[in-house]
Unconditional design. Structure first.
Length: 448
């Protein structure tokens, strides 16, 4: 279950991840508390979240293209150093009671740095473990994220009361040092290098052509958007389903426990397949609809545990398949696109679910959203079950683009031709593929 921890590099990376996530949640709790305390407005808290997430929606593909071209070690060290400076400045701004626009500006700057940080961290994380252990490492990363979230949220209130809110930002600044130390001390000889894109395949347009030419990727991203927007904004539905702050705290704790269980379930599996993703998506959709029918907070809490576990299975499997079933040189861009889609889904889904909760009621909203995500999952499963050429042709008919799409010369990324294949089934091409791409003299078909 914990086979990725056998590697020295991953152990260092995992420890740094736990420290960094804990610090991040401390700062997030501190920031939300400061904004709420000074403005008395929940809308202002939402604005703070928005300005931090907006750069990811707008600039994600460019950040991914940079991660695929520039050595990610340099990007990580630069971004983590900037995070240290910004966290210290936030602590100073909070301590001096500076104007709120300055606080929002620093939050936006931190979000901008995180845009470029994310794909680089993902690409570097894929080098500290082998391909066979990548899924296990991602599952363990989910467990560490959940643990860091629990530690950060539970200790933030205690530390803020004892040391003051600015201390939370200073602790977060120190947490980034752990990541810097991990990057500087990993053994270069034990890394698993990823192939880079050829010169004619760098940049955002090449990445978008790669995604646009794959019906499999288009379908995965579309399904991910629906699941994230309607089925994953639990901070909204949990707040609507809880009758008091105590109940909300209970539901948040239960959800965190469920994410740990989901991480353990993912780590216990040797392979994480599209079939598993669809099963988890369908199950959580049904449970979400059931959550709107069960009476009382306790009943909803019981349903929330497997929902949270399923959410982690979906996230981990999605990330694993995106990385293993695509060209190494495209990994940063795919991770960035996935992050941008997740941010956009949150920006769209959170206010939509909030509006529906006010208009229809929280139980009815859960029932409606769960039914919608279930239908989307069934549709995706139907399309995935079709032959690869039909799947891609369908995607291009939807996008009104010619089929097949021809990529520039000299580059033949490949992906599996059907869903349900675990990683490690390739034939030595370095991309986890099940068959080589079709080469022509100067043009190749984009993967199906």
């Amino acid at each position: 279950m914990f086979r990725a921890l056998r590697g020295r590099n991953y152990r260092r990376w995992a420890f740094a991840d736990l420290v960094s996530v804990t610090g991040t949640w401390m700062q997030l709790i501190g920031l939300n508390w400061v904004v709420m305390e000074r403005t008395g407005s929940a809308a202002a808290v939402g604005l703070s979240v928005l300005v931090g997430a907006l750069p990811s929606v707008l600039l994600g593909p460019w950040a991914g293209a940079l991660a695929d071209r520039v050595p990610v070690r340099r990007i990580i060290l630069a971004c983590q150093s900037l995070h240290v400076v910004l966290a210290v400045l936030l602590a100073l701004v909070v301590w001096l009671h500076a104007p709120m626009p300055l606080l929002f500006g620093l939050t936006a700057a931190a979000g901008l740095v995180s845009v470029f940080d994310g794909p680089a961290l993902g690409r570097f994380g894929g080098q500290v473990v082998s391909r066979d252990d990548l899924g296990n490492a991602l599952a363990l990363g989910s467990i560490l994220s959940s643990t860091g979230r629990i530690l950060g949220m539970s200790s933030a209130a205690v530390l803020a009361a004892a040391l003051g809110t600015p201390a939370l930002f200073l602790i977060n600044a120190a947490s980034f040092v752990a990541v810097i130390a991990a990057v500087l001390t990993v053994r270069q000889a034990e890394l698993h290098p990823l192939a880079s894109s050829p010169e004619d395949q760098v940049g955002v347009r090449a990445g978008l052509r790669y995604v646009g030419g794959s019906g499999r990727l288009l379908l995965l991203f579309a399904l991910g958007f629906v699941l994230s927007s309607l089925g994953r904004n639990y901070q909204v539905t949990m707040a609507a389903m809880s009758g008091s702050a105590t109940h909300y705290g209970l539901l948040s704790t239960v959800f965190a426990v469920g994410t740990v269980l989901g991480g353990l379930a993912a780590a216990a599996r040797r392979t994480l397949t599209i079939r598993l993703l669809l099963i988890a998506a369908g199950t959580t959709s049904v449970l979400q609809a059931v959550g709107g029918l069960v009476p009382g907070t306790l009943g909803f809490a019981l349903v929330l545990v497997p929902i949270a576990a399923g959410a982690v299975l979906i996230d981990t499997t999605m990330s694993t398949r995106l990385q293993l079933d695509s060209a190494d040189g495209m990994r940063g861009r795919l991770l960035a696109v996935n992050g941008s889609i997740g941010a956009a889904a949150g920006a769209v889904g959170a206010p939509l679910l909030g509006w529906l909760c006010e208009r229809l009621g929280a139980p009815e909203t859960l029932l409606l959203a769960g039914t919608s995500t279930l239908l989307a999952t069934v549709f995706a499963a139907t399309v995935f079950a079709a032959p690869a050429h039909r799947r891609t042709a369908f995607a291009h008919r939807v996008l009104r683009r010619p089929h097949p799409v021809l990529a520039p010369s000299g580059y033949a990324p490949t992906t599996p031709t059907s869903y349900g294949h675990g990683h490690g089934q390739g034939h030595g091409h370095g991309h986890g593929s099940t068959r080589p791409g079709r080469l022509r003299r100067r043009r190749v078909l984009v993967p199906q």
